[in-house]
Design a protein around this ligand. Structure first.
Ligand code: AR6
Length: 179
């Protein structure tokens, strides 16, 4: 599934983000940037030790922020590490922090001349964000940027399971309410 905006498009895909043929893949990391499970573990495993080496000198990353490293052995030239919020009850600023992950990741990408990039469903695994709410925030935030800014032309969401894919599909096809 795909949707066009003034300056680029969003494409939904199922599968493993480490295989994405894009300039940059986004990692759903934790604030240490020193690795973990889920998509973080998969990216470090597929990309090799060069990514961790580059992360060590970054001094971690705040929730809602993003930092860039080499893509190591991945096809992607860069990995952009962002730290999503842990979902508690939705009243702890989670939505704004999750939107910030997408905005900051795209800003950092743009600074590095990235034209195509891939996101996982940030916070939708260990961090417990409900996929319908997260999908709505993700596609609205990215869509607004593709509508307003020239630079990034293609954003893929690479979704690992059918439930999350379905939630993002619904969000992309409708004018979703994210609450
Ligand atoms: N490709 C695409 N998506 C994937 C992959 C993959 N190879 N593997 C898992 N997913 P999570 P979070 C999906 O838990 O919730 C780590 O330990 C997964 O099914 O990876 O932001 C970090 O170090 C889910 O839909 O990230 C942090 O401590 C989505 O990616 C913490 O987990 C995100 O799940 C971050 O938690």
């Amino acid at each position: 599934m795909e949707r066009r905006f003034a300056h680029g498009r969003i494409v939904l895909a199922k599968g493993d983000i480490t295989l994405a043929r894009v300039d940059a893949v986004v990692n759903a990391a934790n604030s240490s940037l020193l690795g973990g499970g889920g998509v973080d573990g998969a990216i470090h495993q597929a990309g090799g030790p060069g990514i961790l080496e580059a992360c060590r000198v970054l001094g971690g990353c705040e929730t809602g922020d993003a930092k860039i490293t080499t893509g190591g052995d991945l096809y992607a030239r860069y990995v952009i590490h962002t730290v999503g919020p842990v979902f508690k009850d939705g009243t702890q600023g989670e939505a704004e922090l999750l939107a910030s992950c997408y905005r900051r990741s795209m800003a950092v990408a743009r600074e590095h001349g990235v034209v195509s990039m891939a996101f996982p469903a940030i916070s939708c695994g260990v961090f417990g964000y409900p996929a319908d709410l997260a999908g709505c925030i993700a596609v609205n935030t990215v869509g607004d940027i593709l509508e307003a800014e020239v630079g990034i032309e293609q954003v893929q969401f690479v979704l690992f399971n059918d439930t999350v894919y379905g939630a993002f599909e619904e969000a992309l096809s409708g004018a979703g309410d994210c609450t």
